[in-house]
Design a binder for this molecule. Structure first.
Ligand code: SF4
Ligand code: SF4
Length: 175
């Protein structure tokens, strides 16, 4: 999560806009996957900077409301200890595994650790790596995360803005 002083996010209007623009964005991402430009890392860094100038995660928290992180066994142990439970108690109370899957995920949304009055994570220091890295805008190989953005642009204003910024940057280089 990023804590910058930026305009507040209106999730209702974001959802409407994302629904409308998603098909074109998916086509854009698919093209990047099929023909990844050499400058993608540079452009992604620029797009990420522009994104965090526009997005205030504390006015959103949609990832914690609509999605679930995966919890590794070590994370389960650490978070359980942090909240005064055993790993078995924690897993029983809060998590489940999809049939045939080894990943542990939240049983319910919003996440049990979201403080809905502040939109802040109450286990921030020990939150899963999946949460710490979300929305995956900052990676050495941005091409490896394009498929993640495809899933996230409809829920995450930061992912959506990141792709929008990439579109602008690439369009300006085509001129
Ligand atoms: S959904 Fe995206 S913009 Fe919203 S809080 Fe999560 S990372 Fe930030
Ligand atoms: S652990 Fe914290 S950051 Fe992760 S989904 Fe739950 S509230 Fe959000």
């Amino acid at each position: 999560m990023h804590l910058l002083k930026t305009p507040k996010i209106n999730l209702a209007s974001f959802t409407k806009k994302a629904r409308l623009q998603r098909p074109a964005m998916l086509r854009f991402i698919k093209k990047l996957e099929q023909n990844t430009p050499k400058q993608l890392k540079k452009w992604a860094t620029e797009a990420e900077q522009h994104t965090w100038q526009q997005i205030d995660c504390t006015s959103c928290a949609n990832c914690c409301k609509k999605m679930t992180p995966t919890f590794t066994p070590t994370e389960i142990k650490n978070i359980a200890a942090h909240v005064g439970m055993t790993a078995a108690e924690f897993t029983e109370k809060w998590l489940y595994q999809h049939k045939g899957d080894t990943d542990w995920v939240n049983k319910t949304q919003p996440c049990q650790f979201l403080d809905s009055s502040t939109n802040l994570c109450t286990i921030y220091e020990v939150r899963p790596k999946d949460c710490a890295q979300f929305p995956h805008l900052h990676h050495a190989k941005p091409a490896d995360y394009l498929h993640i953005h495809k899933q996230n642009i409809q829920y995450c204003p930061a992912s959506f803005t990141f792709i929008e910024e990439l579109q602008k940057i690439i369009a300006s280089t085509d001129k």
